[in-house]
Design a protein around this ligand. Structure first.
Ligand SMILES: NC(=O)C1=CN([C@@H]2O[C@H](COP(=O)(O)OP(=O)(O)OC[C@H]3O[C@@H](n4cnc5c(N)ncnc54)[C@H](OP(=O)(O)O)[C@@H]3O)[C@@H](O)[C@H]2O)[C@@H](O)CC1
Ligand SMILES: Nc1ncnc2c1ncn2[C@@H]1O[C@H](COP(=O)(O)OP(=O)(O)O)[C@@H](O)[C@H]1O
Ligand SMILES: [K+]
Length: 568
């Protein structure tokens, strides 16, 4: 069910399929090449109406969609047609095609060039060329290395293409004239590549990108690090990536996600059971994964005889005079996440201005300074309140104050409820070594990349270099559930499981959006979900709310955090 693999895990699975099950590698390659040809035909059909007078596909560079789609209708119920109607999905949602294949390759007269590398990725491209020709496309091959250097199944495909008389050339450097071509197939480098593209491969990638033609990448865009999502210079900027068998980590992490364009996940005949047996621990957060792997009810059915006590009581410790809104957003979001009751604890000086800000909230005076700031002494009051609540969310808008780290340690060790730690509370955590802090109940940390950098003691760029890898390591080492926020948020559990979310919208990059998420996680914890369930489901719903909020506004750039709460 939608595992996300490293190149090494994919190789091991390929090995098991061919050596243990005896599925011939040439069969897998045949399926891969056919799938690529089918996706090119589908792209050609989708773009047919927008075809430009020269015969190429009319795709403006600004319209490159950033989402992923794969076999069938969409995780969010959208179809490719819906996406096309919106001018390309920018939400980042994966579409999974559930039927076996989108039908035979449709006849077409376009001219496509397949860029062929010397490994199995090149072999996939050679098979695709054959299927495209069968369907009436005009195709030629451009080898990046002497065809004699191909081996194994790729060499078999090279010979078949030659026997069929598929026109072929060998790239010798100095650029290439792609005039008259409708699109390019990038079958240069796949999961077997290492380091930055070298020599003529690099030249050809640069020329392909410069052509402005739509590029369909086989498995991964050449130049992408399949594990981390880092893009080398150059890296293919694909319109569509036909990902073979299983999602590769690099396709779901930026900047790789951007280079991949839309991702079509296609089966190539490796049985799902085999992947299951590998015990893969990272998954794409699709509704089916939420339901079957995480045990969450995405329909959020409520008991007919439920009452507010059934759905739990959240305590939010958030907000101070200059940042009282952060607390309000967090507390309101907890309510919208469906918990029964929310108490918002805040410095007493600020409390009068919070009265009736949201009539559903209960307010509690947590003490604090004359200036409306938090003080270390407020820990006693918060612990007293937490004694009769189900969850404590702490951090948004609390600022810095003397004794803050000790204050947080008391909440961490003495509050006998699940804890969500965000924003300034994460910065307090980053100032100390909390390895020795005792805690038996779940704790969820929700850093954005900057906060994550402080927690891990590294630069933000290093956080972004391999978000999945870092999140998994940090959660396991510190015994926490970690939500590493940002486009394609990663949620990692202390037991090594991790999930990558693709709902969301760039319009969510607005102050307070994270405070809303913190409230939502707390609201779901209060309803009995465990740490990883609540974190993953909240991130998923939060992203969906962002997509809806974007849809409701004339310009998604004008989304504000309150819109997310209203879109829940
Ligand atoms: N059963 C299977 O396995 C299946 C695999 N499948 C497909 O195979 C792909 C993996 O194929 P793969 O392992 O052959 O590696 P691949 O990505 O083609 O490249 C290796 C070649 O590239 C070269 N090279 C490496 N780095 C380079 C660089 N930086 N710059 C320049 N060159 C570089 C390297 O040359 P060398 O460095 O050794 O001289 C070597 O010759 C996978 O993504 C999927 O598409 C599917 O067909 C389904 C079944
Ligand atoms: N480009 C994006 N695509 C999807 N989600 C995004 C994007 N940018 C931000 N978000 C989401 O918005 C939220 C922002 O949180 P955060 O940075 O903590 O904001 P704040 O501290 O202002 O509340 C996170 O959940 C993040 O994942
Ligand atoms: K490729």
């Amino acid at each position: 069910m939608y595992p996300i693999v490293t190149a090494a895990e994919m190789r091991e699975l390929d090995r098991a399929a061919t050596e243990e099950l005896g599925i011939p590698a040439i069969v897998l390659m045949e399926n891969a090449g056919r799938a690529i040809a089918e996706e090119i035909a589908a792209l050609s059909r989708r773009c047919g109406q927008g075809r430009n007078p020269e015969g190429g596909l009319a795709v403006s560079p600004g319209e490159r969609p950033s989402g992923c789609f794969a076999e069938g209708s969409d995780a969010q119920g959208r179809t490719d047609a819906d996406r096309a109607a919106k001018g390309g999905a920018r939400s980042g949602g994966l579409t999974i095609r559930t039927e076996a294949a989108p039908g035979p390759v449709q006849p077409g007269a376009e001219y496509w060039i397949v860029l062929v590398g010397k490994g199995n990725n090149g072999g996939d491209g050679l098979v695709a060329a054959r299927h495209l020709r069968e369907a009436g496309f005009s195709v030629s091959l451009l080898y990046a290395a002497p065809p004699e250097s191909l081996t194994g199944e790729a060499a078999v495909q090279r010979d078949i293409a030659a026997a069929l008389g598929v026109p072929a050339a060998v790239y010798r450097g100095g650029g290439y004239d792609f005039t008259g071509c409708a699109g390019l197939v990038d079958a240069l480098l796949g999961t077997g590549s290492s380091g930055a593209p070298r020599g003529l491969f690099a030249e050809l990638i640069a020329a392909a990108n410069a052509s402005g033609l739509p590029i369909v990448a086989a498995d991964i865009p050449s130049g992408l690090n399949a594990d981390t999502g880092e893009t080398h210079d150059p890296c293919i900027q694909a319109e569509v990536t036909v990902c073979l068998a299983l999602l590769k980590r690099g396709l779901l992490q930026y900047p790789g996600s951007g280079a991949a364009g839309r991702v079509a996940l296609r089966s190539i005949g490796i049985p799902a059971d085999l992947a299951l047996k590998q015990g893969l621990s990272v998954h794409w957060l699709a509704p089916a994964v939420l339901e079957r792997r995480l045990g969450v009810d995405p329909g959020r059915r409520r008991a007919a005889d439920g009452h507010k006590g059934t759905y739990g009581h959240v305590l939010v410790a958030a907000g101070s005079l200059p940042m009282s809104g952060a607390g309000l957003l967090c507390a309101r979001a907890a309510l919208r996440a469906g918990c029964g009751l929310v108490t918002w604890a805040l410095p007493g000086r600020v409390l009068p201005s919070a009265v009736l800000a949201a009539p559903e909230l209960m307010l509690a005076d947590a003490g604090g300074s004359e200036a409306g700031e938090w003080t270390a002494e407020s820990a006693d009051r918060l612990l007293e309140l937490a004694g009769t609540r189900d969850v404590l969310a702490v951090g948004p808008g609390i600022g810095r104050f003397p004794g803050g780290a000790q204050w947080l340690r008391r909440l961490w060790e003495e509050a006998d409820v699940p804890l969500v730690v965000d924003a300034d509370a994460l910065n307090l955590l980053a100032e100390v070594s909390y390895a020795g802090w005792r805690r038996t109940r779940p704790v969820v940390l929700t850093p954005h990349p900057g906060e994550m950098a402080r927690l891990a003691g590294i630069h933000t760029a290093e956080v972004q270099r391999d978000r999945i890898g870092l999140a998994i390591r940090y959660a396991a080492e510190h015994g926490v559930t970690l939500v590493l926020k940002g486009a394609h948020t990663v949620i990692a559990a202390p037991d090594g499981r991790a999930f990558v979310n693709t709902t969301g919208h760039p319009g969510m990059a607005t102050g307070g959006a994270g405070d809303v998420l913190t409230g939502m996680i707390a609201g779901l914890l209060a309803q009995g979900l465990d740490g990883i369930q609540a974190a993953a489901f909240a991130v998923y719903l939060h992203g969906q709310a962002g997509e809806r909020a974007a849809g409701r506004r004339h310009d998604p750039s004008s989304i504000v955090a309150s819109d997310l709460i209203e879109a829940l």
